[in-house]
Design a protein around this ligand. Structure first.
Ligand code: UDP
Ligand code: MG
Length: 334
């Protein structure tokens, strides 16, 4: 129940089955959003299979979400479902974007552990087993990949990403980790929570942070793309950054309150000066009253704008329908 009190924990484990035609549960799901990645699919599956079978034997699934690709990605995915076991292919009706494709994959995933990985093999699937180890050792619900280095990225991408993560961390009240993408291992309860959040402008890194539980970083070196080219040109990156800021901080709305406060100082100073010049200096008649009425009116405009934006900020957050709180465990005395 996402409207009011939400109990999650072991409770949710029994409720799995609401997603996209779930079958039997697996111990591991690997979720991969794919957009125009036809040349990489076979190699992706080969490497994912290897690391998956290391930790889960045959009890795993690889969920490939074709996000409305225009190339042969779907043909490659469906060929793989016919060729081998443990592959789930999902084709979206059009391009919905990376974060929505990821959500579709999460809602189909049945694994007790869920690994999210990009299709381009920039995040090495071989890190799965050390990540599982960290998760067990730390008793964490989320192990997120944090990039030490990034091979094959442009100077612009590295700089802009680095600034973006740090600004967002400053602006948001949540602790959204810096330099961490969507490459992460999570327990099924976290994956289910993310899949069930109904918000539309999805910034999954922030959504995962908002869920809580123990989340630990896993430092790694990010490889270059195996094939194809980035699906995040600067325009999409900007869109992504705007989604993140609007969804995870009210800083932009607060700017109008800040400007009202700042302008108050200037307004008082100019009002005092015009009074002074009306009394002691020779100025054009009417200047003083004109200045003062103008400034007072514009102050009230700024002030009311900032009040309105505080309300809009709250309305915006409540339309997201996020759970009010999430329970980790419940213990009862006998
Ligand atoms: N992707 C997607 N839909 C999109 C854009 C990207 O599913 O509209 C997938 C893409 O296939 C890849 C992942 O999201 O698996 C990350 O994209 P990309 O590697 O191009 O981003 P970058 O690593 O350059 O930031
Ligand atoms: Mg990539």
């Amino acid at each position: 129940n996402w409207k009011g009190i939400t109990l999650v924990g072991n409770v949710i484990d029994n409720s799995v089955g609401s997603g996209l035609g779930r079958s039997r549960r697996k111990s591991l799901s690997i979720v991969v959003p794919c957009y125009n990645e036809e040349d990489g699919i076979a190699e992706l599956i080969r490497r994912c299979r290897q690391s998956a079978s290391d930790i889960a034997g045959d009890d795993y699934e690889i969920v490939l979400v074709d996000d409305g690709s225009a190339d042969g990605t779907w043909q490659a995915v469906s060929a793989e479902t016919e060729r081998g076991r443990n592959i789930v292919g999902i084709r979206l009706s059009r391009n919905f974007g990376h974060q929505v494709a990821l959500t579709a994959g999460l809602s189909a995933a049945t694994g007790e552990l869920v690994l999210v990985i990009d299709a381009d093999l920039q995040d090495p699937p071989e890190l799965l087993s050390p990540m599982v180890e960290v998760m067990k050792r730390e008793g964490a619900d989320v192990v997120y990949g944090q990039r030490k280095t990034r091979a094959g990225e442009s100077w612009f991408k590295m700089k802009s990403a680095s600034i973006f993560y740090r600004l967002l961390k400053q602006a948001s009240s949540l602790s959204i980790p810096v330099d961490a993408g969507d490459f992460r291992l999570m327990t099924s309860r976290v994956a289910q929570l993310i899949a069930q959040m109904p918000e539309r402008d999805r910034f999954i890194r922030g959504m995962v942070a908002s869920v809580g539980f123990k989340q630990v970083p896993f430092l790694y070196d990010r490889d270059r793309r195996f094939s194809g080219e980035t699906k995040y040109p600067p325009s999409k990156m900007a869109h992504f950054a705007i989604d993140a800021f609007l969804s995870y901080s009210s800083t932009l709305l607060r700017l109008s309150s800040a400007s009202a406060v700042l302008s108050l100082l200037a307004i008082v100073a100019v009002c005092l000066y015009s009074l002074y010049s009306w009394l002691y200096l020779e100025v054009v008649p009417g200047w003083c009253s004109l200045m003062i009425s103008l400034l007072v009116v514009s102050f009230f405009q700024l002030a009311s704008l900032s009040i309105i934006s505080e309300y809009i900020g709250r309305i915006y957050l409540s339309t997201k329908n996020r759970p009010l709180f999430i329970v980790d465990q419940i213990k009862r005395s006998r």
